[in-house]
Design a protein around this ligand. Structure first.
Ligand code: PAD
Ligand code: ZN
Length: 374
């Protein structure tokens, strides 16, 4: 009944950094050619959204944030053959066009048509489908899910299994897959190895889960907030340490604990000095460090190049290296087959209108993932 028409609905609009989101009535235009309009059913709050609110990431305003979600197709634009109204879907903040140089490279999961780092705030046709109070509202990293309805390019949407519980698998849209894939695809953690995970939020705990599935024998969690440790142990950490409890640098603490350094170190905070600590914590000759955290737009990392010269490997990835359109449906099936659990990551459910409270819980270190439902 709504196909082809402008939909008026509620959205959380971000008018600028350092101010609360406001719930507004917005207009969502119908999908154009090769676009899909989706009714969002559940969306998680990720630290990357908060990086925009804190001002750490600079992009264009006003914008509708949110990128970790699941929903149902409402209508499709011209030329769309792989989706129909009613299909369950997950938005893809890293699209997969299958045609660009990165998509054609089996080793990469980036896509030239992504908006991360560019932050143009538009769909592929260079406009967004949102307006509010007569003003255009920008799109966020190909997705924008803090709204009842959103429009995405079809390359930025994955169709998932009909049985998937949307209020859980929304986490496969970002936090879970990013962390888990960083361990299994990017770190390629080996059985019997020692891992250090810096930052035990939703993404860091998912790294822990990945390290455990990969057979690591020691998984050391590191966080400034010791309240995160119980959950980390539940997810598979074998020990947890708080840098505040030590008067020597954390890499020296780890060196003592691990016979000179870990096999794999993961930075899951977005702090460049912790990235250097992670690199310093990895063993010379063979240690691998994976950057997962998103640093502020102006941040620069510095370290002694001898750390790399002596054989350490430093790498990183967005979305855990998964080729999004190919792999998200498989991850959903793996979840349905009980190959991993998402429940330990979910600490709160809230109605969408309470979105600012959800962000407060994240900032105060009280939540892992809050899932907003519509
Ligand atoms: P979160 O805020 O839930 O978790 C971060 C954790 O780090 C918290 O538990 C903090 O207490 C802890 N912490 C903060 N500073 C320090 C410090 N100096 N030393 C030790 N611990 C510290 O965030 P999240 O898990 O949602 O996201 C983590 C990062 O990953 C964040 O930067 C986010 O933007 C990024 C991210 N990257 C991708 C990607 O594709 N690469 C995807 C999703 C999120
Ligand atoms: Zn995210």
């Amino acid at each position: 009944a709504t196909a082809g028409q402008v939909i008026k609905c509620k959205a959380a609009v971000c008018w600028g950094p350092k101010q609360p989101l406001t719930i507004e009535e917005i207009e969502v235009a119908p999908p154009k050619r090769h676009e899909v309009r989706v009714k969002i059913v559940a969306t998680g709050i990720c630290r990357s959204d908060d990086h925009v609110l804190s001002g750490a990431l600079s992009l264009k305003f006003p914008v509708i944030l949110g990128h970790e979600a699941a929903g149902v197709v409402e209508s499709v634009g011209e030329g769309v053959t792989k989706f129909k109204p009613g299909d369950k879907v997950i938005p893809l903040f890293v699209p997969q066009c299958r045609e660009c140089r990165c998509c054609k490279n089996p080793e990469s999961n980036l896509c030239y048509k992504n908006d991360i780092g560019k932050y143009e705030g538009v769909l592929l046709d260079k406009t967004s489908r949102f307006t509010c109070k007569g003003k255009p509202i920008c799109n966020f990293i190909s997705t924008s899910t803090f709204t009842e309805y959103t429009v995405m390019d079809e390359i930025a949407v994955a169709k998932i299994h009909d049985d998937a519980p949307l209020e859980k698998v929304c986490l496969i849209g970002c936090g879970f897959s990013t962390g888990y894939g960083s361990a299994v695809n990017i770190g390629k953690v080996k059985p019997g190895s020692t891992c250090a995970v810096f930052g035990l939020g939703g993404v860091g705990l998912s790294v822990v889960i990945g390290c455990k599935v990969a057979g690591a024998s020691r998984i050391i969690g590191i966080d400034l907030n010791s309240d995160k440790f119980a959950k980390a142990m539940e997810c598979g950490a074998t020990e947890c340490i708080n840098p505040k409890d030590h008067n020597i640098p954390i890499h020296e603490v780890l060196a003592k604990m691990t016979d000179d350094g870990v096999d794999y170190a993961f930075e899951v905070i977005g702090n460049t000095s912790v990235m250097t600590s992670a690199l310093q914590s990895s063993h010379f000759g063979c240690g691998k460090t994976v950057i997962v955290g998103l640093a502020p737009s102006t941040a620069v990392m510095s370290f002694d190049p001898l750390l790399i010269l002596t054989g350490r490997i430093l790498t990183g990835a967005v979305f855990g290296g998964w080729k999004s359109k190919d792999d998200v449906p498989k991850l959903v099936c793996d979840y349905l087959d009980k190959k991993f659990d998402l429940d330990p990551l979910i600490t709160h459910y809230m109605p969408f209108e309470k979105i600012n409270e959800g962000f407060e819980l994240l900032r105060n270190g009280k939540s892992i993932r809050t899932i907003l439902t519509f």
